[in-house]
Design a protein around this ligand. Structure first.
Ligand SMILES: [Zn+2]
Length: 718
């Protein structure tokens, strides 16, 4: 009780201040960037904005099932910063596999390797000794003489590493299929905000890369196919003519072409029959390269117009095991994703010439590539593909620093994932999906880690706080902003921001200030509310009073987040209405909003439904009595549960689920996972929110459907 009063007093204080024009917290390094005019307080790049760049020429060789990859590269690196560089920081991300490397999670013996071993290094043609990285993912390389501003330097490396048996973001997919990512020594980003990026890669911070040009060649034995970031330069050298023709035909075909089938692979005459073939790839102004190599993955391809103004097409390809049923539709899914995302949200034409999805384990994006796992459910296969492809814009096109600001990458991608999901599955299903995957776990859990402000640098987070702050919370913030500004103004702001910063390295303040600048109104209060506070979604009906023109509804904001809501109304005459309120209702007063409802009718019942924004405590979201009351779990009698009790099995999942009861609570016991109490949400429905699991019993039948992880599984009583 006392705690509550203290909180209320604190809230009142912050309310008094919040009515004045809100100033966003600006960190000291960002203030310095404004002084140096590398960035501008109106959100634009400053007149002194700079970033560094390099040309990479990389050649790697591999011969599966040998796990060893050998590589050579030459990097021509240009220092565009105003200061000379004494050192270069190299990124050796594959050292995440080295025993003793710092990691966010445990590593199995099959994940461990010796890391990446540099065999030779030279600076401007002179061989030099490098110190051992000692399992670190960053290595400082002192230069013989400082690299002056505007000058270039040539660094050469020879290296080798073993792909890990257990695949993470990269590694062995099977004994003769490898996914290569982070596979070459890369120069870290040196920027105007923090200087060199020395962030330790602990397997959470995915990308912060400069925009470079790449020439990549991959040498593999005959009968191996290669897919990689960029465009294949020498199809005629590495493929037999009939396969070159099919691949070329795909570049103007909307329909999927099976470039290489299982029958073709079994005939062992798809590639040129040299001992080895060198596949050459080129990609310009891009942040990274990834590749997949296999002797038994089939290959589909088509292409799609991504820019209606110019008619520019992008290639869409897939490489997978023939037995993966849902991957057979992968090119069709990618075709749809590139088309929809280019023309709707973000509504900027897909910026690259190709997009290839390969079957792996990571559900992980790379520029022009995705490594996606096989899914049993077609909807979920498409959902994962769309999410990874949506990453094209954030972080790759936009050059986001995910090491610190994951919410500018995953957050935007998760917002686009919802919007394309509504198009694909309809609003109801997409909303259910989104709540289940992106919102329920943090809104319905009181753990304070969920309430760490989104602006917290990603690298200092772990656990649930990391996941919430990268995905669900910022996605809701962006979607709430879209709802509040309306699509036209929101599009103007989003496109204006993207136009200013694509191919560069925007930070959150560039985004916040660009939106305010482009919207022509101060949105600081909204950014402050969502990104700089410990808030969560929880609103309540305070009162509903009759006025001359209808009613005044007072809504109290308990959790603090500026959420939109729907007023779901039942009138005394039996008619119903739903009135939408955007987050704009919280602009003047973030603790309490008064909404005027103009009506001549008498309201019998009113409920606040926040949709995907949810509500931590829906019990105080209504007024009056509904003519069709919702299910009340408290009224369940223990004997009502008897019909559900017993042991259930599914032919799709290798688990048994037994139900018992404790009083009027149904308890599920999943083999190997222990007992959990379920929350009853309807006469025959239960959920276990921590795992995003829904249990729906079919009345009169001894079975239930489990919905979890995008899959639906029927269980029958033994
Ligand atoms: Zn993602």
């Amino acid at each position: 009780m006392i705690m509550k009063q203290t909180t209320l007093a604190a809230v009142l204080c912050s309310f008094v201040f919040s009515t004045q024009a809100q100033q966003l917290y600006v960190p000291r390094n960002v203030q310095e960037a404004y002084k140096k005019e590398t960035r501008s307080p109106d959100g634009k790049p400053g007149k002194n904005y700079w970033q560094n760049t390099a040309d990479y020429t990389i050649a790697v060789k591999l011969s599966p099932p040998s796990r060893t990859i050998t590589g050579t590269e030459t990097i021509v690196y240009t220092n565009n910063s105003p200061n000379p560089l004494q050192n270069i920081i190299m990124k050796l991300i594959l050292n995440i596999h080295a025993p003793g490397a710092a990691r966010q999670g445990a590593a199995s013996a099959d994940y461990l390797t010796k890391g990446i071993i540099i065999d030779k290094y030279s600076e401007n043609g002179t061989e030099k000794k490098l110190r051992d990285a000692n399992g670190n993912t960053s290595l400082r390389v002192p230069l013989t003489k400082p690299l002056a501003s505007k000058a270039s330097i040539t660094l050469s490396f020879e290296w080798h590493y073993d792909v890990s048996k257990e695949s993470g973001r990269e590694g062995m997919l099977d004994s003769t299929s490898f996914f290569l990512a982070y596979f070459y020594p890369r120069i870290s980003v040196h920027d105007d905000i923090n200087g060199w990026d020395r962030m330790v890669f602990t397997d959470a911070q995915e990308f912060y890369n400069d925009f470079n040009n790449y020439n990549l060649s991959i040498t593999v034995p005959k009968n191996y196919l290669v897919w990689a970031t960029g465009e294949l330069q020498n199809a005629g050298e590495v493929l037999q003519p009939s396969f070159v023709s099919k691949f070329e035909a795909s570049k103007t075909s909307d329909k999927t072409i099976n470039v290489v089938t299982l029958t073709d692979l079994n005939a062992k005459n798809v590639t040129t029959q040299n001992e080895t073939n060198t596949w050459k790839w080129k990609a310009q102004n891009i942040s990274d390269m990834a590749a997949c190599v296999s002797d038994h993955y089939v290959w589909d391809a088509a292409s799609v117009v991504v820019d209606n103004k110019t008619g520019r097409r992008s290639s869409v390809q897939a490489a997978y095991q023939d037995k993966s049923v849902n991957f057979k539709r992968s090119v069709e899914y990618s075709h749809h994703a590139l088309d929809w995302l280019s023309n709707n949200w973000p509504g900027v034409p897909y910026p690259f010439p190709a997009s290839t999805v390969v079957e792996g384990f990571a559900d992980m994006e790379y520029p022009m590539m995705a490594n996606d796992s096989h899914q049993e459910e077609a909807d979920f296969q498409r959902f994962v593909a769309e999410h990874e492809i949506a990453h094209t814009w954030f972080p790759f096109y936009m050059g986001i620093n995910e090491h610190r600001y994951g919410f500018m990458d995953e957050g935007w991608t998760t917002a686009f994932e919802y919007l394309i999901g509504v198009n694909d599955m309809g609003e109801e299903k997409a909303t259910g999906f989104f709540k289940q995957f992106r919102v329920t776990n943090w809104v319905m859990d009181a753990n304070e880690e969920h309430q760490i402000p989104i602006i917290t640098p990603t690298n200092v987070l772990s656990g649930v706080g990391l996941g919430d702050n990268e995905y669900g919370k910022p996605a809701l913030a962006y979607l709430g902003l879209k709802d509040m500004l309306g699509d036209e103004l929101f599009r103007k702001c989003l496109h204006g921001f993207m136009d200013r910063w694509h191919g560069k390295h925007p930070i959150p303040w560039d985004m916040f200030n660009s939106f305010t600048n482009l919207a022509g109104k101060d949105l600081s209060w909204y950014w402050q509310n969502w990104f700089f506070t410990n808030y969560y979604p929880d609103i309540a009906v305070k009162d509903l009073v009759q006025t001359k023109n209808g009613y005044n509804l007072t809504i109290q904001n308990i959790g603090g987040f500026a959420v939109p809501t729907n007023l779901v109304i039942e009138y005394a005459d039996g008619s119903k209405a739903s009135i939408h309120q955007t987050a704009g209702i919280w602009e003047k007063d973030q603790k309490q909003a008064v909404v005027a409802i103009a009506t001549g009718k008498k309201i019998q019942y009113l409920k606040l439904d926040n949709g995907i924004f949810m509500d931590a405590d829906p019990s105080n979201n209504s007024w009056g009595k509904s003519a069709t009351p919702e299910f009340n779990a408290a009224s369940v009698k223990p004997e009502d549960l008897d019909k559900f009790l017993g042991e259930y099995v599914s032919d799709k999942l290798p688990v048994k689920i037994s139900f018992s009861k404790e009083g009027n609570i149904l308890v599920a016991d999943v083999t190997g996972q222990g007992k959990v109490n379920l929350v009853q949400t309807g006469a025959n429905t239960f959920e276990y929110t921590a795992a995003g699991a829904l249990f729906e019993f079919t009345a009169g039948k001894n079975e239930f459907v489990l919905t979890q992880g995008g899959g639906k599984f029927t269980f029958t009583k033994k």
